[in-house]
Design a protein around this ligand. Sequence first.
Ligand SMILES: [Cu+2]
Length: 157
Amino acid sequence: MELNRVNRPLVRYLGGGGSLPSRANVRKVIHENPVYDKAPYNAAQSTGGARNSIEGWAGEERIHNNVHVWVGGDMGLSSSPNDPVFFLHHCNVDRLWAAWQAKHPAAAYVPAGNASDTLKFHRIDDPMYSPFPEKVTPRDVLNYSQYYKYDTLGDLL
Ligand SMILES: [Cu+2]
């Protein structure tokens, strides 16, 4: 699908593809993935990790990606941040991440800091790509509860 890039309104094709995850889908992903990720730490890695399951590259739930597809239009493109629902969706993905962390408090973030340089920008102490000048690493954001708390994790745990 090619959308005109200028002088057009926000475009959505709600329900034109993808699907919205059910509570059962979300609970399954949180409950059945006790490890954060596994090598090779990419989208092709199809089993055994919460990251790929929540992001939507693995498993039938495809939580994050399926919502982008379900909303469609701009949400299916790199223009997705132009749609306000993008921020609601990503806040919910963050909430699911918090639920997964609460369910598996002993699970380690991987790849570790001593992993291969081929994993640069993904290791726990590597600065993540950001348009902002402040450098933030995965370690800096693992303990989100120092900044805020969710009061709606409810039956996800
Ligand atoms: Cu997204």
